[in-house]
Design a protein around this ligand. Structure first.
Ligand code: AP5
Ligand code: MG
Length: 187
């Protein structure tokens, strides 16, 4: 089973993805975490990604598509995975659809975490004080919210045509939202 968790920055993709991955015994693939690790390790990919990441811009598809392909090809993801933070562009969505399609698989559910912008900003501000993620600066957060609307939100319509998008009210406690997701996917 392949489940995509879609939502704006701070909507809870990582939090809910982790809970879901543990419950279903599936790996969670998070492009943001892979990028942060590469930046920490100072790999050539990490150095290139940082030019975009710190400003809240998307890392270009030209360098992210290969990473997505490699992650989906991992043996752990053979029968399913929780996708957190990708696909995020039309080209990424096309790659995921094609890669899974070649294996006779498909995205089974898209969980769209619906959170007001006011709450997103509140959460990211709170996290900036605690964790200091470089892209949680007010300027980068503003850019991330815009980029989400421009490049990623259009994927909702793309997947809605297939009837696999579930809108999840993303405000409430973490447990309440996890319970709602469990109800939606039926396990
Ligand atoms: P990424 O790491 O994916 O970040 P994001 O999409 O901006 O989202 P966040 O990780 O900030 O939030 P989240 O939705 O996971 O929520 P979380 O559970 O953490 O991407 C970062 C950057 O990497 C991008 O800007 C881009 O540069 C690059 N990138 C990544 N993927 C890419 C791709 N595919 N293509 C190109 N570039 C890519 O929760 C947020 C906070 O709220 C936490 O503090 C959490 O504890 C709290 N919280 C969670 N749930 C609740 C709740 N119910 N109530 C109150 N607080 C809550
Ligand atoms: Mg995240």
């Amino acid at each position: 089973m392949f489940i995509l968790i879609l939502g704006a920055p701070g909507s809870g993709k990582g939090t809910q993805g982790q809970i879901l991955a543990e419950r279903l015994g599936l790996p969670k693939i998070t492009t943001g975490d892979l990028i942060r690790t590469a930046m920490q390790d100072g790999t050539p990919f990490g150095l290139e990604a940082r030019k975009y990441y710190d400003e809240g811009k998307l890392v270009p598809d030209s360098i992210i598509l290969g990473m997505i392909k490699d992650e989906l090809a991992r043996p752990e993801a053979k029968d399913g995975a929780i996708l957190d933070g990708f696909p995020r562009t039309a080209a990424q969505a096309e790659l995921v659809d094609r890669t899974l399609g070649e294996r006779g698989q498909r995205l089974n559910h898209i969980l769209l975490l619906d959170v007001t912008e006011e709450e997103l900003v509140r959460r990211l501000r709170a996290r900036a004080r605690v964790e200091g993620r470089t892209d949680d600066s007010p300027e980068a957060v503003a850019t991330r919210l815009q980029v989400y609307q421009r490049d990623t939100a259009p994927l909702i319509a793309h997947y809605a045509q297939r009837g696999i998008v579930h809108r999840v009210p993303g405000t409430g406690t973490v447990d309440e939202i996890a319970g709602e997701i469990k109800r939606i996917i039926g396990r």
